[in-house]
Design a protein around this ligand. Sequence first.
Ligand SMILES: [Fe+2]
Length: 342
Amino acid sequence: MIFEHFSSGGCQSYLVGCADSCAAALLDPEIALVDRYLAFAARDGLRIHYLIDTHTHADHFSATQQLSRKLGVPVVMHRSSPAPFVDLRVDDGEMLVVGKLRLQVLHTPGHTRDSMCLRVEDRVFTGDTLLIGATGRTDLPSGDPEALHDSLFNHLLRLEPTLNVHPAHEYKGRPHTTIALELASNPRLQVRERAAFAEMMRSLNLSMPTHVTEALRTNMSGGKTVAQMLAEAAENVPFMSLAELQTRIEAGGDALIVLDVREREAYEAGHIPGARLLPRGQLELRVNQDLPDPTRRIVVCCEFGRISTLATATLRQMGFQRAVALDGGIKAWREAGYALTS
Ligand SMILES: [Fe+2]
């Protein structure tokens, strides 16, 4: 078996492949690592056949849908997943065939209703059902402490004690554990009585993960994250540096239009000399009167350099083929000591 492990801010994802056939599956991919997964699969000579989410993640942005579009392979989740983009819904007792590997599905609700573990050869990918020295939390949408108790003690922990456990989260850099080690030393697993276990889980009082709303929105709907929207816009526009713009302003002439897409109040408080105001919210409706010549070179700026990227992408879509985003915003311009007028 070919095995690669990826870590990103405590979120763990895994690539498992069959050395004979070069078929592979990717588990719990995260959006920030898309290029890395594809690079590793290529380096190892693997073709990914399945993109698997062990459950609906509330704390990271799943890359299954994006990779599915790119690779033309199915997104796999438990049949109770709410995500509309799941292509292959699986259930307890079923298997995915990946070359000579058999990925066995265990439905283990509790952390979420759609949580599952995947067992392959000498290891089990436990998602957030079982972590090293902990369990997944049960206080997020569709979490259920009693169900988690059943999934752990009546299902997962009854597998062979020697199985290696690879969780979807690990914050201390430990690579893996085993069923036996967790049974012996995981503090939460020492509370074996169902009601006491549920009571312990209910009283954990954990803080909400960052980006929980955005993660649930995008992972459950297949919608895009803010970072994705920005990255897609940035892929389709060129940028100009602050220093380059400063040089060109100093050179004078009207070779380029500086377009400030902030609100009027911010513009009036200080803008790049010569910049025109066209707030982002009015862009599409006002371009015809404000920017009659689509062949002009337009450098778009905003406070932080993000809204200007989106606005530049919009202008390019509308036919302003020389629209360019400022690399950095007015904040960076100000901090660099360049002049502003009000
Ligand atoms: Fe989770």
